[in-house]
Design a protein around this ligand. Structure first.
Ligand code: ACO
Length: 409
């Protein structure tokens, strides 16, 4: 079906032969019109628009409209879409009681997986994945409620009262207020931080068929409800090889700092290059990008802006990250394997500077990626050719044998 693509389904129909591809290194699971990545050039486009232009000229809700409906909103559509989203920012009060069932020291991703799945119990008018209206209202609800849920998970773990959404604020500004304000003081949104957070959301909004998105598609392919499918995506994102990398990256920088900081970078790099050490340079490498991740470039710029605004230009972890990047980009090990910084390398430093606690980083990623998950899910369900996802396997276990009696086992 293309110069580099073979449609294996015909071969399967004719011969019963199938392919063996653990990790899906060479398997396209779907057609998609949403996101395009050129890993060799380091290029990322949402619906044809370069990520660099979207990050500068649009806000996150414009990006959501683009991903969900195929194009950027005009002025009227923008007002309408913002209104629809802000209309749904509250969550049912019952959610508080559900939240109380968690230990206070629960990981925010454990809480979020539960809360997102629980939404299906509240919105019975949006659980039929085969109904386009249901899918649309579920999309709006999920985008609107994710910031509220993430902020609730945070407030719960620190024992502070929940802050209700304030709908005259921007999407990012409202999230900052729900996170950092308390009922006993006036909170003013810092526009530089608000813009940085909005940019983090834009950069994480979609990334074609990554592990969590593929999980959402596979989960949704059984016809389950949209909230359950998105909860599956949250669970998958949690892992350190995926969305958990920003948390792991910041922990790594903290460890190097404890070892002695910039002076110990060489020693740390030797550990990374020693295959027996099991140590990886977190925030480096990507399955698709074999060049600089364009999101990492934008995130590094944002990092400078945020640290400048907060007077943290001499932040030791930022200096450490710059040094690691410099050394890695000149090191044969990394050059030969085409390992470059990915989006998570700098996003953790930005989030930490903003005041977001490290265990919440992946939850922020989930908040932003929700729109991508839904757009991909909706695209799959609307495709008349879609089928339940069902990979095959090569069975390499025992040959048929008889069950021995207990006395002989
Ligand atoms: N540090 C050191 N070596 C690495 C790294 C790294 N971060 N990443 C890859 N390598 C090495 C591998 O050991 C392997 O070496 P080898 O050929 O000698 O065996 C080679 O580079 C190729 O790597 P693979 O693991 O085969 O690449 P894969 O595409 O399977 O993995 C992944 C990609 C999971 C992202 C990997 O690079 C990694 O673990 N990076 C660190 C975690 C991370 O930053 N994840 C975030 C990804 S982006 C995101 O989810 C938003």
């Amino acid at each position: 079906i293309g110069p580099d693509v073979i449609d294996i389904r015909k071969l399967y129909a004719q011969t019963g032969k199938f392919t063996y591809d653990p990790g899906f290194l060479s398997t396209a699971s779907c057609n998609s019109t949403i996101t395009y990545i050129d890993g060799d050039k380091g290029e990322l486009l949402y619906r044809g628009y370069p990520i660099e232009q979207l990050a500068v000229n649009c806000d996150f809700l414009d990006t959501c409209h683009l991903l969900l409906y195929g194009d950027l909103p005009n002025a009227d559509q923008r007002t309408d879409f913002h209104g629809r989203v802000t209309n749904h920012t509250m969550v049912n009060e019952q959610m508080q009681f559900f939240l109380r069932g968690f230990r206070r020291d629960a990981h925010p991703m454990a809480i979020l997986t539960g809360l997102v799945g629980a939404l299906s119990a509240f919105y019975h008018d949006s659980t039929d994945i085969n109904n386009p209206q249901h899918r649309d209202i579920a999309a709006i609800r999920l985008i609107a409620k994710m910031p509220t849920l993430v902020a609730m998970a945070y407030k719960y773990t620190v024992g502070q009262p929940y802050m209700y959404p304030q709908n005259d604020l921007s999407y990012a500004g409202n999230f900052m207020r729900m996170m950092f304000a308390t009922p006993c003081e006036t909170y003013k949104v810092n526009p530089v931080i608000e813009r940085a957070l909005d940019r983090i959301f834009i950069l994480h909004a979609d990334h074609e068929q990554n592990a969590s998105t593929s999980t959402v598609r596979l989960c949704g392919s059984s016809g389950t409800n949209p909230f359950a499918a998105i909860a599956a995506g949250v669970a998958c994102l949690w892992g350190p090889s995926h969305g958990g990398a920003n948390e792991a990256c910041l922990n790594m920088l903290g460890d190097i700092q404890k070892m002695g900081g910039v002076a110990k970078v060489g020693e740390f790099m030797n550990q990374v290059k020693d295959k027996n050490s099991g140590v990886k340079l977190m925030g480096f490498g990507h399955r698709v990008y074999k060049n600089y991740d364009p999101r990492a470039k934008l995130m590094r710029e944002t990092c400078h802006e945020v640290l400048g605004e907060l007077g943290l230009q001499n932040d030791p972890l930022f200096k450490l990250a710059m040094e690691l990047e410099k050394i890695a980009l000149e090191d044969d090990y990394f050059v030969a394997r085409k390992l470059y910084p990915n989006v998570d390398f700098y996003s953790g430093i930005v989030q930490r500077a903003i005041g977001i606690p490290v265990p919440l980083f992946t939850a922020i990623f989930a908040l932003a990626r929700t729109v991508g998950w839904i757009a991909q899910l909706n695209e799959m369900i609307a495709d008349p050719e879609y089928k339940i996802g069902r990979p095959r396997q090569l069975f390499v276990g025992a040959a048929p044998r008889d069950v021995p009696p207990l006395s002989a086992r």
